[in-house]
Design a protein around this ligand. Sequence first.
Ligand SMILES: Nc1ncnc2c1ncn2[C@@H]1O[C@H](COP(=O)(O)OP(=O)(O)OP(=O)(O)O)[C@@H](O)[C@H]1O
Ligand SMILES: [Mg+2]
Length: 242
Amino acid sequence: MAKVSQIDIRDLSYTIEDKQILDGMSLSLAEQRVGVVGRNGSGKSTFARLVAGLVAPTKGTIRVNDLNLAKDRRAAMGEVGILFQNPEHQIIFPTVGEEIAFGLQQQGASKSAATEAMLDILDQFSLSHWKEAYIATLSQGQKHLVTLMSVVAMKPALLVLDEPFAGLDIPTKAQMKRYLNLYEGSLLHITHDPGDLEAYDSIIWIDQGRIQNVGSKEEVFPVYLEAMNRLGEHDDLADLSG
Ligand SMILES: Nc1ncnc2c1ncn2[C@@H]1O[C@H](COP(=O)(O)OP(=O)(O)OP(=O)(O)O)[C@@H](O)[C@H]1O
Ligand SMILES: [Mg+2]
């Protein structure tokens, strides 16, 4: 049975240097596949970091499976994994094998168990030959794939994906999509492409740091796309969120 994560957000606000980035968000979801859409600068990546507990709210609360992950970092390790929009912000080790094994050891796996799980995930992606590869020599899309393998190897109950397909070629994206479709835990997936969210149960539309709409694909996408296309007809991007 697949495990469904419960996300409870009450009156969440987040401010940096007097700039209100997220403002008064409230939401309660227990779905296995949740999509997040919104314009550039609307606050999606900030929201992802808050859900993963990497930063604490300025106001309000976030609970994932009834845990306050910003306070309880130990619990957070098994509960939530995050794939950053920019792989450079995630990678620590020189080689692919070390990078993947590190997260597993952080979770408490022994060195040999971590190595075994690392070899297993590389094998699942048919990339066993990448084990000794230097990450610095990989392309941007290949680095993205390394960070994805690192985080899925940890099997978090909730996996937060911030634009996981950005920069991937068509076969790699298809492979990653197939893999994520089979992921047993819950996914919270940020993307600009509604086509990535065909199999998703709920969609959150964030606009200017607020929840503009939450509902099924059928409820959210038509209004979202209409609004985005209307904005796209103008050359003036001065109203870009931010
Ligand atoms: N560390 C920071 N310091 C100051 N402002 C920040 C910081 N991080 C984010 N912001 C601001 O918060 C707003 C939301 O940023 P965020 O990265 O969450 O947007 P996003 O929806 O993920 O955008 P994109 O679609 O381009 O990835 C932006 O206006 C950004 O400039
Ligand atoms: Mg972002």
